[in-house]
Design a protein around this ligand. Sequence first.
Ligand SMILES: [Zn+2]
Length: 563
Amino acid sequence: MAIECLVLGSGQDVGKSCVVVTIGGKRVMFDCGMHMAYQDQRRYPDFSRVLAATGAPDYTSAISCVVITHFHQDHIGALPFFTEVCGYHGPIYMTYPTKALAPFMLEDNRKVMVDRRGEEEQYSYEDILTCMKKVTPIDLKQTVEVDKDLIIRAYYAGHVLGAAMIYAKVGDAAMVYTGDYNMTPDRHLGAAQIDRLKLDLLITESTYAKTIRDSRHAREREFLKAVHKCVSAGGKVLIPTFALGRAQELCILLDDYWERMNLKIPIYLSAGLTLQSNLYYKMLIGWTSQKIKDSYTVHNPFDFKHVCHFERSYINNPGPCVLFATPGMIFGGFSLEVFKKWAPSEKNLVALPGYCSAGSIGHKLMSGKSTGIDYKDTHIDVRCQIHQLSFSPHTDSKGIMDLTEFLSPKHVILVHGEKPSMAFLKERIESELGMPCYFPANHETVSIPTTQNLKMSATERFITSCAAEQTKDRLQQGNLICGNSVSEVNGSEKLAEGILLMEKHKKPKILCEDELLEALGVERHSVQFEPMASARIGAADDSEELQQADADDLESEGKQMKL
Ligand SMILES: [Zn+2]
């Protein structure tokens, strides 16, 4: 049996994660993401390749199930398109928080595309709702039987609320698809956690394949220092974030700092999803970090003391403040509106948490100091300070290596990364961990051989025959001869030779030599080989040279016979 892995998205790239894995006739689609950098058909995975590869008439018969790891658009953005436009009607799984939060994220993204960018609508809000109704929510570590052969299980991935790594097993073949994960806890989420599983294949993200991150505390201190300095001098701080994730992380950090330093300057959340999403965090407290879970009965850290709602009219208010505004990266919407107002003053600060994609104002600000930005038809005067924070919810290269070593799969496939860094990590995985590693491009297929385990019974006589002398008695006395292997009784591994008997409609069995003879109804017999060399030596009296040559042959023949 082999595991076939067709990469439809996130191959040597970050965006539209989608990997279709075939194991023992079952086909699982891991993630169904959208590429945010494209506005044409390249934004979706090329699903038709699944039909072309399988010859199936439609997606429902081609795919056994779809599993979504988390609510980020590059992992779920194409799902309503796949179900409502392409017509997939099979099972879809995601964790409870992902199912709860995904409709908001999908609708928010749809509005940005259609209302703000004026793009053609790919799917409607009704399509999102109909699609989400088809989703079966799952819990962590819950074993789900998709059908009698295929099981899946979700493990905690950190990263964002509800993110999961997915284990899938068919027969003896098993694999894990990580999605995005974080191996270190942050202020609101725990670190990824998974059991030590026996795996043929690990498909892991590799966003930071080459980077080892510095300490979180140093980054946090630096951020707090920059914010404190700005507001003490009477400036305003704009933090453009997406509704879920960094906003909550940084709110906890600032609220705590404000309390300790007894600061009275207001911290605001803009309208949009942020206040509503804090409610979700409160409801889904079980999915946050251990520290939050332990303390939330006394104090829920999402009940912020110093954080309040921002009214649009506050934009022109004098005096210092901190404002979280959506969307992140400043690619439109309210964060852009505020940026236009606040950027011309050198007293103000724009703090950019995390990655900003090309084309956004955030990306331009990160690329270098400029005094002005031209965006669409307007020129924005930029004199404010810029602070870049590296708060990333992805694991770094040490985390990827640690997880891979811990799981010790037979093969590794890297996705969700940049090609040169992936090549670097592949080298490390192969040389340091000794595992074959691949990083296929989009639309490439990797075929992984799997080992097949065969269950068989060993006869009592066989087990006794290969046990050491002193254990034979104990085996018989303790009645351990059935059900336990000799190695367990001995406490150490023991190699034994036997004969595998496979009969139609019967369980394979291992026998001793004489048991096989009995089964075959034959007696032991031996075949003797007589070397014919002496006769040849006697007959060959033509020349001495020939005799010598024959003698050499005989010597080597003799050695082989002895062996
Ligand atoms: Zn993600």
